[in-house]
Design a protein around this ligand. Structure first.
Ligand code: COA
Ligand code: AMP
Length: 628
């Protein structure tokens, strides 16, 4: 029996013993006596009587154990031509100072702090400072616009927002301050203070009484010590897209998060304390939370903080330059990033220029890893290319090839097998397991492991309704797929309105809500269509109100601007066509799947229950000028 199977079987037989043993790799203030509290199903609590501080485990602990002079963060920003190295000792100092500043402003355990920042070291300092105080951070991705920020302000009600003067996109400077000010104006909740980090090159004017300069706020404050929190106290809230326009506030608690992430670093990624680990993502996403910030630091690794793009900053050799310059052992990124690299440099000219001998493996997640890209990478890099699958909700990989346990045979197109902690089943609509090889709803038997979401922020009912109500005793992932005879998983598509654009999870429902708010739009549908680079991109169809006398071109431009301004540029909503009606079933349901097939130019059949079959011809014609 292979090592993986031994460990997985052992976890299945003795889950509490397994998670008790893993908890011993974390420093607790009070060791957990009880491992799992399942008295209040379907709400489970891991390590209910344990207490700890996550920041202590991610930072102080390594200084105490002699890693003080090791780099904790290597910041590399080709967009600003800046590089910085921050050792664990320096990080401890910076985090303690900033935590002191937050404390002086009245931030206490349990208070929320929104962090709306670009990929700069201060963003990580702010996150860790919150966790030092037991305050709950909620990071909002910089590519979201004011309205999305306002929705999050109203949902989590932060005392403080930490932001910066600007972010740098390759083609423009993103000024955060007007977006922030507008969000504060839209939101009903009153934020007490905003701390603004003024970046070189853009000093913004601060609003007296509302804003404080980062450099002012850290003056003359006392260093703050880590605050003891219960294992089940929230560490952060991360909003993610669901079916409706209202994002879901995924809660992560402290204890299970620290234990599971620490376990994953050795067992899945096969890295040791001291190794250099790089997740090329953004702190606004779960990959950034788990694998830029918390997991590498909890494990005593050096993490890379990269502010740039895989191509164009300055070229498609950037990833390889960073790997060779910092001796990166493991790279984790989204397939879309490497598709961009492959498109620019198909022969791997840049790959040959750099010494990549430090790179042991490359992990992909965030979207389906397309075989073309995986094969290209295998040929060019000659190392294991590992697809692994997870979501914001789970916080760490559900299925992977656990290189630290055993290098399992790779099957291209599959993220391999379920990790200990996850009992994954593929279910039919009636909740029965489907035979191997049959498509179904991918679900996880409860309880979810430590580190996965205990609930949604202030929305226990929504948590149950969104994830636990379809299949009794199971968490519904929202992904459809199948398992082969060897148990390998294949993730094929979403079962809801979530689409995946360049590895970013977005809701077509939210885009439809935005389009519907346009005065001239009577009805609309947004679907995710295939895109060679980004995996999927949104495509909108709109029907206009009677009496609208604008040109179709003008309305389309207006709705594209509306989505950009309300949701953000990250939605990449650029294609929209006007049609006289949307295809619907007799009961009025919009036939989105058929629209998608038409745009993707795959074979489609006229649905039996369609009410207005003539509209399909019109849609085909309307999509032609958009390149579909
Ligand atoms: N702040 C402000 N705007 C942002 C932003 C941020 N943090 N991130 C992206 N945007 C903007 C971009 O500037 C772009 O705007 P534009 O329409 O004016 O050009 C838009 O949002 C779409 O951005 P993006 O998805 O990055 O597309 P792109 O065409 O600029 O780049 C890739 C394509 C593939 C290179 C890029 O998407 C990429 O690197 N993806 C990797 C994704 C990733 O790491 N995902 C994390 C999950 S693991
Ligand atoms: P997010 O919550 O933003 O991390 O997005 C999670 C979703 O991205 C999953 O539910 C999947 O739909 C998709 N996803 C992530 N990783 C993979 C993968 N390796 N293969 C296929 N889909 C993936």
């Amino acid at each position: 029996m292979g090592n993986y199977k031994k460990i997985y079987d052992n976890w299945q037989k003795y889950p509490k013993t397994f998670w008790k043993e893993q908890s011993e790799n974390i420093d607790w203030e009070k060791n957990p006596g009880k491992i799992l509290d399942d008295d209040n199903k379907p709400f489970y609590k891991w390590y209910p009587d344990g207490s700890l501080n996550t920041c202590f485990n991610a930072v102080d602990r390594h200084v105490i154990s002699g890693r003080g002079e090791q780099n904790a963060i290597l910041y590399d920003s080709p967009v600003t031509n800046t590089k910085k190295k921050i050792t664990y000792s320096e990080l401890k100092y910076q985090v303690s100072i900033f935590a002191g500043a937050l404390k002086k402003l009245g931030v206490l355990k349990g208070d929320r702090v929104i962090i709306y920042m670009p990929m700069i070291p201060e963003a990580l300092v702010a996150m860790l400072a919150c966790s030092r105080l037991g305050a709950i951070h909620s990071v909002v991705f910089g590519g979201f616009a004011s309205n999305e920020l306002a929705v999050r302000i109203d949902d989590c009600k932060p005392k403080i927002i930490v932001s910066a003067s600007c972010g740098h996109e390759p083609n423009r400077i993103v000024e955060y301050k007007p977006l922030l000010d507008n969000a504060i104006k839209i939101a009903s909740h009153q934020v007490e203070r905003c701390i603004i980090y003024q970046r070189e090159g853009l000093n913004v004017e601060l609003i007296s009484g509302q804003d404080i300069d980062w450099n002012e706020v850290v003056k003359d404050v006392s260093l703050a010590d880590p605050v003891e929190v219960q294992a089940n106290d929230p560490l952060y809230i991360l909003y993610t897209s669901g079916t409706t326009g209202k994002p879901k506030g995924v809660v992560r608690d402290n204890g299970g998060h620290a234990v599971s992430l620490k376990w994953s670093m050795k067992n899945i990624y096969n890295v040791e304390p001291g190794d250099v680990y790089w997740a090329a993502s953004d702190i606004g996403w779960v990959v950034g939370h788990s694998y830029i910030v918390y997991a590498p630091l909890l494990h005593g690794c050096t993490t890379i903080l990269f502010e740039g793009k895989p191509v164009g900053t300055p070229d498609s050799g950037t990833f390889w330059r960073i790997i060779s310059e910092y001796k990166v052992k493991v790279l984790f990124t989204a397939p879309t990033a490497l598709r961009a690299v492959k498109r620019d440099d198909p022969n791997g000219k840049f790959i040959k220029k750099f010494d990549l001998t430090s790179l042991q493996s490359l992990f992909l997640a965030g979207e389906r890893a397309d075989p073309d890209t995986v094969l290209w990478l295998e040929r060019k890099l000659n190392i294991p290319i590992i697809d692994h699958w997870w979501q914001t909700e789970t916080g760490w990989p559900v299925a992977a090839n656990p290189l630290g346990i055993e290098s399992l045979p790779i099957k291209i197109g599959s993220p391999t097998l379920a990790m200990p902690g996850y009992d994954v089943r593929v279910l039919s609509e009636d909740g029965n397991e489907v035979p191997k090889g049959t498509l179904g709803a991918i679900s996880i038997k409860l309880p979810l492991p430590p580190g996965s979401l205990p609930s949604l922020w202030n929305a226990d009912e929504r948590f149950i309704e969104s994830y636990l109500s379809t299949f009794e005793g199971f968490y519904e992932t929202g992904d459809a797929g199948y398992q082969d005879e060897d148990g390998y998983l294949y993730i094929m598509s979403r079962t809801d309105d979530v689409i995946n654009v360049a590895g970013h999870r977005l809701s077509t429902g939210a885009m439809e809500e935005t389009l519907s708010n346009h005065v001239d739009v009577a009805e609309c549908a947004v679907v995710g269509v295939s895109d060679d680079l980004k995996g999927q991109v949104p495509l909108g169809l709109i029907c206009l109100n009677k009496g609208c006398n604008k040109t179709h071109e003008d309305v389309c431009k207006e709705v594209v601007d509306l989505v950009r301004n309300e949701i953000g540029p990250v939605a990449a909503f650029k294609s929209v066509a006007v049609v006289s009606a949307l295809p619907k079933t007799r009961s009025g349901k919009i036939l989105r799947a058929t629209i998608r097939k038409i745009a993707d130019k795959v074979e489609w059949e006229m649905p039996a229950t369609v009410d207005n079959p003539q509209v399909f011809k019109e849609i085909e014609e309307a999509l032609k000028p958009l390149g579909y």
